[in-house]
Ligand binder design. Structure first.
Ligand code: KIV
Length: 290
């Protein structure tokens, strides 16, 4: 028989133990788990995240990877391209995301200008991301031309995700956001780059806006997970920009984009209702005051 005080202490410690065991029961997504998912044919889900509240919802929903994408430059800051976003701004977004998550793997984009100079600069930028945000890996755009930098980052023990096909940081070289690697020469180069990225130790690869047949070939030719965006269904996982998927952005409709909601309309309608309630002196009512 427990005395009242012992009973309170017992209950308190029991609660703490069950809380911490519940937390430790959450199995975190790791690079190894992602590789195992590819091996057993389980598709990988990835979405972009830039802030605490949204990242919490995505993680609670069971997303495998959150990409703190440099698309924050477009979606969060309203720039036309991904080029203007800075390393400090990416770090701010990544810190907010990491604070929110319990399970998913968080990859952070190296922004334009933070790795192209030389491999030391690339390593320093990656170290800042890992140290200051608590993210789990970095992503950068390009193949062999950024190989030396990737090797240096990997040597420091930082997981690297590659990104081939339409690489938005090179938009002014491409001149357009249309499908890449439709011609044989570019397709061959992309395949070589994918094999190269695998051989030097990247843990995964994003393929953006390339023909589905090519993406299938790449995915079957390399052992690391291939995550597609506009690359068809025969890859190991899919990624979309969250704001596009939820219909918060609505100005464009690329063929590959499936919108699961139309939040632009919903949020606009809710805001209009709120404005109207204020103007009509309907908000706050009797119950919504002290
Ligand atoms: O920044 C981003 O959102 C991306 C995805 C489109 C893959 O790189």
């Amino acid at each position: 028989m427990l005395t009242p005080l012992k009973s309170i202490i017992h209950k308190f410690t029991h609660n703490i133990i069950s809380m911490s065991s519940a937390q430790s029961e959450i199995k975190r997504v790791t690079t190894q788990k992602l590789r195992e998912m590819k091996d057993r044919g389980e598709k990988i889900s990835m979405l972009t995240g830039y802030d605490f509240s949204m990242a919490k919802i995505l993680d609670d929903a069971g997303i495998d990877i959150i990409l703190v994408g440099d698309s924050a430059s477009n979606v969060m800051a309203g720039h036309e391209t991904t080029l203007p976003i800075t390393l400090d701004q990416m770090i701010y977004h990544a810190q907010s995301v990491v604070r929110a998550i319990k399970r998913c793997f968080v990859v952070v984009d190296l922004p334009f200008g933070s790795y192209q100079g030389n491999s030391r600069e690339a390593l320093n930028s990656s170290i800042r991301i890992m140290k200051e945000t608590g993210g789990h890996g970095i992503k950068l755009e390009g193949g062999k031309e950024v190989g030396e930098s990737i090797i240096r980052i990997l040597t420091a023990g930082i997981p690297v995700m590659g990104h081939l096909g339409l690489t938005p940081q090179s938009i002014y070289k491409f001149g357009t956001y249309t499908v890449r690697a439709k011609e044989e020469e570019e397709a061959e180069r992309l395949m070589e780059d994918a094999k190269y990225l695998e051989s030097i130790g990247c843990f995964a690869l994003v393929l953006e806006k390339i023909p589905a047949t090519l993406a299938k070939k790449v995915s079957e030719s390399i052992s690391i997970p291939v995550i597609g965006i506009g690359a068809g269904p025969h890859v190991d996982g899919q990624v979309l920009v969250t704001h596009d998927m939820l219909g918060i952005t609505h100005e464009f409709q690329p063929r590959f984009l499936r919108r699961y909601m139309n939040l632009y309309d919903d949020i606009k309608a809710a805001t209009q209702q709120y404005i109207s309630d204020i103007k009509n002196k309907d908000f706050p009512n009797e119950k919504e005051q002290y």
